[in-house]
Design a protein around this ligand. Structure first.
Ligand code: EPU
Length: 425
C-alpha cells in the first residue's frame, strides 16, 4: 500500500504552481459529450478523477486522448449505454453524466454517484430540475434512470444552492426546446467555466456566476477548445500551508478574486497577503490570532478549505471555532489531528480548536480528499515523521502534490509499505 511520509518542521520557501480546477474538470469532461465533434480541454489537473471520467467516456464509446494536461474528446460515436456502479462509484461528479446524457440522448441510466463521505449528499435538486425539463426519473436497483420524450425549457427554483444541481440542469437544458431559467443558482467560478465551454460549443447561456441563469436551447453543439480555470481550492490549500509553515511562498497561477474569502480570514489572523495579477505572495507569518469561521456557498468561505484551515488554527493563539454550514459531518480529520496532539473537538457542526500547539508525528488516515490535505499540513508542522494512509483520496484531487511540495522545501515522499503494517499509536 502507498503512503505519504512527511518529516515535519521544514519551512516552506519558493514558488508553488496551481493546476487546473478539479471541480471544473469533472464537469467539463462530461459536458463535452454534448458536442457533435471533438472538444479539446487544456490545462487539466493530473488527478485520478480525470482518469476515471476518461474511462467512463470510453465505456460509452467516446474516443479520448489524454496527453499530460490536454484531453481531446471525440464524442461523435458515444451511445447511451447504461453506466452501472464500478467507475461511477469512484467519484461524485459522475452525476454530471446524468445531465449530459439526458441532454444528448433524452435518456440515460447511471449508477448512484460515490465521492467523499461528508455526511448526507442528496441529489434531489438535480432530479427536480430534470423532471421540470420533462424527464421521468426513477431509482431502480441503485441506478438512476432518466427518460424523456423531449426536453422542454422550464423555470426551476433550487431549494438549496447547489453547484452540482446548477451545472447538471445547465447540461440537460442546453439542447432542450425553449428557455430554462435556474433561480437561486450557485455562483461558483466552476459554473462560469462550464458555461464558457458550453457557450463556445454554441449554447446560449446568460447569467452564469449570478443567482439567475437563463438558457435558450439550441439544436446542436459543436466541438471547441477550452482552457480550464486554476483550482481555487488547491490555491487556497497552498495559501494555508504558506501561512502555517512558510518562510515566504509565492502561489502561482491563481485568480486572487476567487480566494477572497480565505484571503480576508488569513488577514484577520495577522497573515500578510500580497496579491499580484496571477500570483499571491505570503511572507513568513508570526503570532497568528484565533478566528471564527463559517463555511458558506461561494463567495463565502469554502467548505473545501475548512479542513486544512482547521489545522492552521492549531497554530493560532487562542480558541477558534469553525462551523461547516454546507456539510454537517466534514470533521473526520479532527480525530486524526487529535492523535497528533491538536487540541481540537467537534461540537455539532463545529470544530473548536485551541492553540498554539506543537503537533506531533503519528500514523493517520485520510478519510476524504480535503481531510487528506489537512493531514499533509499537520505532517508538515509536526515534530517527527508522519505517515498518511489512504492517500488515494488525496490523489483524486491534488495534482503532483508530492513534487510540488518538495519544490518548496517539504520533506515528503510516497512510499510503498506492507499492507499489514500496524498503526503506531
Ligand atoms: N444538496 C441538497 N440537494 C441536492 C444537492 C445538494 O440538499 O440535490 C446539499 C448538499 O447536501 C450540501 C449542499 O447542498 O449540503 C451543497 O452541495 P452541492 O450540490 O453544492 O455540492 P456538490 O455539487 O455535490 C461540489 C463540489 C464539492 C464541494 C461542494 C460545495 C464537485 C464535484 N464537488 O459538490 O467539492 O464541497 O460543491 O462547494 O464540484 C471537494 O472538492 O472536496 C468537494 C467535496
Amino acid at each position: 500500500m502507498d503512503v505519504y511520509k512527511i518529516t515535519g518542521e521544514k519551512r516552506l520557501q519558493g514558488t508553488i504552481s496551481v493546476s487546473g480546477a478539479k471541480n471544473s474538470a469533472v464537469a467539463l469532461i462530461p459536458a463535452s459529450i454534448l458536442a457533435d465533434s471533438p472538444v479539446t480541454l487544456e490545462g487539466l489537473p493530473e488527478i485520478s478523477d480525470v482518469l476515471t471520467l476518461q474511462a467512463l467516456l470510453e465505456d460509452i464509446g467516446g474516443k479520448v486522448e489524454l496527453d499530460g494536461k490536454t484531453m481531446v474528446i471525440d464524442p461523435s460515436e458515444i451511445i447511451s449505454m447504461p453506466l452501472p456502479n464500478g467507475n461511477v462509484k469512484k467519484l461524485r461528479a459522475s452525476y454530471y453524466l446524468m445531465g449530459a446524457m439526458l441532454g444528448r440522448f433524452k435518456h440515460a441510466a447511471i449508477g448512484l454517484p460515490g465521492g467523499c463521505h461528508l455526511g448526507p449528499r442528496p441529489i434531489d435538486q438535480h432530479i427536480k430540475g430534470f423532471e421540470a425539463l420533462g424527464a421521468t426519473v426513477t431509482n431502480e436497483h441503485g441506478a438512476i434512470y432518466l427518460r424523456a420524450k423531449e426536453l422542454r425549457g422550464a423555470k426551476i427554483y433550487l431549494d438549496v444552492v447547489s453547484v452540482g444541481a446548477t451545472i447538471n440542469i445547465m447540461l440537460a437544458a442546453v439542447l432542450a426546446k425553449g428557455r430554462t431559467t435556474i433561480e437561486n443558482a450557485a455562483k461558483e467560478p466552476e459554473i462560469i467555466d462550464v458555461a464558457t465551454l458550453l457557450s463556445n460549443m454554441g449554447a446560449k447561456i446568460k447569467g452564469a456566476g449570478t443567482n439567475i441563469i437563463r438558457i435558450d436551447g439550441v439544436e446542436k453543439l459543436h466541438g471547441t477548445r477550452h482552457t480550464i480555470i486554476p483550482d481555487r481550492i488547491e490555491a487556497g490549500t497552498f495559501m494555508i500551508m504558506a501561512a502555517a509553515a512558510g518562510d515566504g511562498v509565492t502561489i502561482d497561477n491563481v485568480i486572487p478574486f476567487h480566494v477572497e474569502a480565505l484571503t480576508s480570514k488569513l488577514r484577520e489572523m495577522g497573515v500578510t497577503i500580497v496579491e499580484k495579477d496571477e500570483q499571491i505572495f505570503i511572507p513568513k507569518a508570526e503570532n497568528l490570532s484565533a478566528v471564527d469561521v463559517k463555511t458558506l456557498v461561494y463567495p463565502g468561505f469554502p467548505t473545501d478549505l475548512q479542513q486544512p484551515f482547521s489545522v492552521l488554527l492549531t497554530q493560532a493563539v487562542g480558541s477558534s471555532m469553525i462551523t461547516d454550514t454546507v456539510y454537517s459531518a466534514r470533521f473526520k480529520h479532527i480525530d486524526e489531528i487529535g492523535r497528533m496532539n491538536a487540541n481540537a473537538r467537534v461540537e455539532g457542526r463545529s470544530a473548536i480548536l485551541a492553540g498554539p500547539t506543537q503537533l506531533e508525528a503519528a500514523t493517520v488516515r485520510a478519510s476524504d480528499l480535503r481531510a487528506g490535505a489537512a493531514l499533509v499540513l499537520a505532517g508538515l508542522l509536526a515534530d517527527g515523521e508522519t505517515e498518511i494512509r489512504d492517500i488515494h483520496h488525496i490523489e483524486r484531487g491534488y495534482s503532483s502534490l508530492i513534487e510540488k511540495l518538495q519544490g518548496i522545501g517539504a520533506e515528503i515522499s510516497k512510499v510503498n509499505i506492507s499492507e499489514s503494517a500496524s498503526i503506531r499509536e
